[in-house]
Design a protein around this ligand. Structure first.
Ligand SMILES: [Zn+2]
Ligand SMILES: [Zn+2]
Length: 283
């Protein structure tokens, strides 16, 4: 076999292997530890203690999420092979990428966290806008609804989406590698962190320890409960900016599109009675 094809297959195998072990393996361990062993104590650990996904939907997410993660491993592995073989991207391998930069090595080292933050913000924005786009009435019905079947998400639902949607999200996760100059290890850390956030956001378990630049996992769990709000992945920044954060006094649901909810029933009633009394006063 051609050496280059052999190396491509090896890299893809490693990439798929890591994805599968973390998804089915680690994900499976967490699932058994909570959903099987502590099911009777759900009020202690579960974000939605009274609601459990039906067994057939858990199995469905296990298969669909696994299928997508394998696709992700193949795409990611092929890209890694491209980069390792000197293919173009904005990733670099030498820590002293700009030896003549003012400040020398210090500037090169400072760039590491700065590029990580840029990459992080770019992925966060890409995932927010593409996710919000998925909540368009038509796209939601035919594509994104696949992911919203899981109203009480479990860890396997992280990647259980329509495969087309999975590829769109993967595109935005990979976009920084042709935009932001960054050390390959910086990108790897940001991608693994993105994956970890996805798993934590979907596990359905109250996670007590706060993660940096993340606002807790009830936020996305609520997205599965209320549907058209809380679109952000890493942070709430974009939701705050566009007013799509869930509000206590608004009504949400599968058929309430637009990201900003509808007037709550009580409020709608009171404004109707205000109108009625205003109308009778005017008569
Ligand atoms: Zn959604
Ligand atoms: Zn989700």
């Amino acid at each position: 076999m051609d050496d280059s094809i052999a190396s491509l297959l090896i890299i893809i195998a490693i990439s798929v292997g890591v994805s599968v072990v973390t998804f089915w393996g680690l994900g499976g361990l967490v699932h058994v530890a909570y959903y099987k062993r502590r099911r009777d104590r759900a009020h202690e650990w579960k974000l939605q203690p009274k609601r459990f996904l039906k067994d057939d939907l858990v199995r469905h997410s296990f298969k669909l999420g696994g299928f997508n993660i394998i696709i992700g491993g193949i795409v990611g592995g092929t890209f890694s092979w491209h980069v390792v073989n000197g293919g173009w991207s904005t990733l670099y391998f030498d820590l002293a990428r700009w030896p003549d930069a003012p400040g020398g090595m210090v500037t090169n080292l400072v760039w590491l966290p700065v590029s990580a933050l840029l990459c992080y913000a770019m992925i966060d924005a890409g995932l927010y806008y593409s996710h919000r786009f998925m909540h368009n009435k038509w796209i939601f019905k035919y594509i994104h609804r696949w992911h919203h079947r899981y109203t009480a998400p479990v860890i396997f639902t992280t990647t259980a989406t329509h495969p087309l949607e999975f590829l769109v999200f993967q595109f935005f996760v990979m976009l920084p590698v042709v935009v932001v100059p960054m050390h390959w290890s910086v990108y790897l850390v940001v991608v693994l962190y993105t994956y970890l956030i996805g798993m934590i956001d979907h596990c359905g378990i109250k996670v007590q320890w706060p993660l940096p630049f993340h606002t807790g996992n009830r936020f996305h769990d609520d997205h599965h409960v209320y549907f058209h709000c809380n679109y952000g992945h890493h942070t709430q920044l974009w939701d705050r900016l566009h007013g799509t954060l869930r509000q206590e006094n608004r009504r949400y649901g599968e058929h309430v599109f637009g990201g900003k909810g509808a007037p709550s029933k009580a409020k709608a009633k009171s404004s109707k009675s205000d109108l009625d009394s205003a109308a009778s006063a005017a008569q």
